[in-house]
Design a protein around this ligand. Structure first.
Ligand code: KG4
Ligand code: ZN
Length: 342
């Protein structure tokens, strides 16, 4: 405790960022340290699970030390240690969990298991201090594309999910086809700034009426075919136009389904979470749709869209307040829908 405020250390290691952060009463960010492994995975064109796990083992304690130092917090002032237990890469998750367990045991503090998606959603609480449930949240990352009804802190209903690729995965795969270096999502965003979004009509899948699920494997194949046809003709690929057209198609369907969900379920606030939440076109379309529907739109700041410890610390605070404490048998879960109450 500091000045009567609950202090939570959050640790995140589910994919390729080793991250630690400290919050006070969940929503006041005292420090947020992210050590990215992008340079380690870039030569392979994607995340290599074993490299990720080994790099987390190497960086976890230095990152925690830095988070403590930057926050000016000592271990005795910490009330709990929150850690991502899943979903994510097994080895990557286990290194974060082992670190959190060691610290919890050594410092005699409660261990707080946090679901990665609950963390992403909670990033909104850090940037919008008055935001409270209920709201609808689009979670679009490298591993997930979900529309979630947030009915209370830690109370979630899954309204839609992707039937195949996640939105971020589609961005990364399309970027690879376009010959862009990893990680591709942000590069497509940058190229699209100077492209013509009407240059190509890339199709998006719609399921039966009323179904808000996503599918992004079809559009990925369509971009691949277009790019290969241009290559076969010996022409130069108009990278900016392909990026803008692809990005427009994906963000359009993400926003459309999210607002359809909000209208259908009667929610007045819409939030965004996950790495794709940093996409500039998605952010623009969200704001425009919010104004059209008369709904509040909350976007996390770009650094809190991608994986970070702050979101885990914030979600961990609400778990701690609800009495959801883990023990030394905590294990990694690579796939996990247990947070959803439907
Ligand atoms: O949430 P996140 O950091 O990790 C997962 O939980 O998956 O999301 C990473 C994903 C990657 O697919 C990355 O390419 C994508 O988010 N991403 C973007 C942008 N920045 C990151 N996609 C589109 N536009 C961006 N600006
Ligand atoms: Zn993530």
């Amino acid at each position: 405790m500091i000045d009567g405020k609950v202090i939570i250390l959050g640790i995140e290691s589910s994919c390729d960022e080793t991250a630690a952060a400290i919050t006070a009463n969940g929503r006041e960010l005292l420090s947020n340290v992210v050590s990215t492994q992008i340079a380690d995975h870039a030569p392979f064109g994607g995340v290599v699970p074993e490299i990720a796990a080994r790099k987390h083992v190497e960086m976890a304690i230095p990152v925690v030390d830095q988070a403590l130092a930057e926050a000016g917090v000592t271990p005795d002032q910490i009330d709990g240690i929150a850690v991502t237990y899943g979903p994510g890469l097994a080895g990557a998750l286990l290194s974060g969990i082992a670190t959190a367990k060691g610290l919890a045991y050594g410092w005699n503090k409660p261990l707080i298991p946090v679901h990665h998606i609950s963390g992403h959603i909670s990033a909104n609480y850090l940037d919008h201090i008055d935001l409270e449930p209920p709201f609808i949240c689009l979670v679009a990352s490298g591993g997930h594309s979900n529309i979630v009804a947030v009915d209370g802190y830690g109370k979630y209903r899954l309204l839609a999910h992707t039937r195949d690729d996640a939105a971020g995965e589609a961005f990364d795969k399309v970027a690879k086809v376009m010959g862009l270096p990893y990680p591709g999502g942000i590069r497509i965003d940058q190229l699209a700034q100077s492209g013509n979004a009407d240059a190509f009509a890339f199709p998006t899948t719609r399921f039966e009426k009323g179904c808000l699920d996503f599918s992004f494997s079809g559009i990925k194949t369509a971009v691949m075919n277009t790019v290969n046809n241009i290559k076969d003709r010996g022409e130069e690929i108009p990278l900016e136009d392909v990026a803008a057209s692809f990005q427009a198609a994906v963000t359009k369907v993400l926003v459309k389904h999210t607002f359809e969900a909000a209208v259908r379920e009667g929610y007045k606030t819409v939030c965004v979470a996950g790495g794709v939440g940093a996409n500039s076109e998605l952010r623009r379309r969200m704001v425009t749709a919010g104004a059209k529907h008369g709904m509040r739109v909350c976007l996390p700041s770009k650094p809190l869209c991608g994986d970070n410890g702050a979101m885990i610390s914030c979600a961990g605070y609400y778990e701690y307040m609800a009495g959801h404490i883990g023990d030394m048998t905590l294990d990694a879960v690579t796939r996990d829908n247990s947070i959803y109450q439907n």
